[in-house]
Design a protein around this ligand. Structure first.
Ligand code: NAD
Length: 497
């Protein structure tokens, strides 16, 4: 009998009103049932939002340095339990243990950063045009924040949102991805252990179209902070526009590495392997395209394929494993469908291109690392996010053409260039139309103290991470204090005419 988990609403662990559950399976071995989680609907969401409104009324009055102490304590618990949580993550979503530990570390780093923010949360003071008048702008919380997250960073991404939301004085209703409900439960348990009062954080498990949709629509939610696919993000944005809600979106990517003819080729191959196949290609910043200068395309591709051939598939808990499973059967099918699409468009599959089913792999969702050659920029495999271990190699005749190809997608999250020419590197920084750019490093590797996000179909103008997340999680309140004791009229009494 597997364990049955609950929602966390108003300081209580409770089942879904419907009594229904959904299963959480290990993607490396689907005979391993991790647990059953509540399949919540609009009624559960309503209870959580009501509790959050009450929680918010209290929490906003707690001074920010005190609020930040709860986040600091959560970070300490994460640090203490890092290894155990990393193992749970690998079991629940498949990424290899070293990467799962990195995911937990990102949560710890975010706690460290945001705990300090409790004593900053800087406002702005500027001179006033009238004498004996003080003008300043301060940050105030937004209210109840709906946090909706994907499964690929089941701890880090929720902490990017929840920790700053709490330090800024908001209450949170958290609807995690249905593929990683256990890690979400662990995070909320840690927040309660860290001393957050009931109602300040609620957890509502469930399916996106049910619990997620109800949460986005709920009139008691002031801000929706969403990370996930562009298709769902657009729907969320449409609902929020109609309801007049603030919404922050972090969505898909089709990130490119450019390899110039003067690149350190082995370094570029390292970057392509790590960016393309790390996390089984399931990162929003994954390097799903490599654009190689034609002068080195042959040499680069040979080495890239050779390295991909040596990657070992398996359970992420095995130290020998390089590439873990993909998240679920639907995603496995989708990745394989893209192999078919690529072939039918004229791309050549150099390696992989099929599910891996030998031995124990048959019990999980494994796909062989796949490299397409002869890819043209207009092909679907060069434009659409596959979100799996599939990399398209394209050729460019020049630097300018490489940049043009890199920018020829509707996404704009991350990009990279390998070159030893400093002028080219800076011209690339100027020309690449993405929110994040790497020079001589792969498209992945963000650090929490910097803005994270992208342009075009990747985002809607917000940036998580660093100080910029505060603009999502707060509103500005502008304050004028006139201590002259007389009527002073701005623009009129101050005008020199
Ligand atoms: P997804 O869009 O299917 O789901 C994301 C979340 O939204 C889940 O919690 C899901 O339950 C919920 N959801 C689904 N339908 C909903 C609806 N109608 N209303 C409200 N909520 C709904 O994405 P996924 O498969 O979990 O994650 C993969 C995607 O996430 C990829 O496109 C990837 O690029 C993107 N991603 C982006 C970033 C970023 O920061 N830009 C980071 C990680 C992942």
């Amino acid at each position: 009998m597997s364990e049955v988990y609950q929602n966390y609403i108003g300081g209580q662990w409770v089942s879904a009103v419907s009594g229904q559950t959904f299963d959480d399976l290990n993607p490396a071995d689907t005979t391993d049932l991790i647990g059953r989680f509540p399949r919540s609907d609009a009624r559960d969401v309503d209870r959580a939002v009501q509790a959050a409104r009450e929680g918010f009324a209290q929490w906003r009055r707690v001074p920010a340095p005190r609020r930040a102490e709860a986040v600091r304590r959560a970070g300490e618990i994460l640090r203490r339990r890092k290894d155990e949580i990393g193992r749970l993550m690998t079991r629940e979503m498949g990424k290899v243990l070293t990467e799962a530990l990195g995911d937990v570390q990102e949560g710890i780093d975010t706690a460290d950063y945001m705990a300090g923010e409790g004593r900053r949360l800087f406002g702005v003071q500027a001179p006033c045009e009238l004498p004996q008048k003080l003008g300043l702008a301060v940050r105030v919380p937004v209210g109840v924040v709906a946090v909706i997250t994907p499964w690929n960073f089941p701890l880090a991404i929720p902490t990017w949102k929840i920790f700053p939301a709490l330090v800024c004085g908001n209450a949170v209703v958290f609807k995690p991805a249905e593929d990683t409900p256990l890690l979400a439960t662990v995070l909320v348990e840690i927040l309660t252990e860290a001393g957050l009062p009931g109602g300040v954080v609620s957890l509502v498990h469930g399916i996106g179209e049910e619990a997620g949709d109800a949460l986005v629509r709920h009139p008691g939610v002031d801000l929706v902070s969403f990370t996930g696919s562009t298709a769902v993000g657009r729907q969320v944005a449409t609902i929020c526009a109609a309801e007049g809600k603030k919404v922050s979106l972090e969505m898909g990517g089709k990130n490119a590495i450019i390899v110039m003819d003067d690149a350190a080729l082995d370094l570029a191959v390292d970057g392509a392997v790590w960016g393309g196949f790390g996390t089984t290609g399931q990162r929003c910043t994954a390097a799903s395209r490599v654009i190689v200068h034609e002068a080195v395309a042959g040499a680069f591709t040979d080495r890239f394929v050779e390295r991909a051939r040596r990657l070992r598939l398996g359970s992420g808990l095995e130290p020998s494993t390089d590439v873990g499973p993909v998240i679920n059967a639907r995603q496995l099918q989708r990745i394989h469908e893209y192999t078919r699409v690529g072939r039918s468009e004229g791309a050549r599959v150099l390696i992989g291109g099929e599910p891996a089913t030998d031995g124990a792999l048959a019990r999980g969702h494994f796909y062989r690392p796949t490299i397409f050659a002869d890819v043209e920029p207009a092909m679907r495999v060069a434009r659409e996010e596959i979100f799996g271990p599939s990399v398209a190699v394209l050729r460019a005749k020049s630097f300018d053409q490489a940049i043009e190809i890199a920018n020829a997608t509707s996404y704009g999250l991350s990009s990279a260039i390998y070159t030893r020419d400093i002028d080219r590197a800076f011209r690339a920084i100027e020309a690449l139309a993405t929110g994040i750019i790497y020079v001589n490093a792969s498209t992945i590797g963000a650090e929490v103290q910097f803005p994270f996000g992208g342009v075009r179909q990747t985002g809607n103008g917000h940036r998580e991470g660093g100080w910029t997340v505060l603009d999502i999680m707060t509103e500005w309140k502008t304050v004028y204090v006139d201590y002259s004791g007389r009527l002073q009229r701005a623009q009129i009494d101050s005008a020199d005419r």
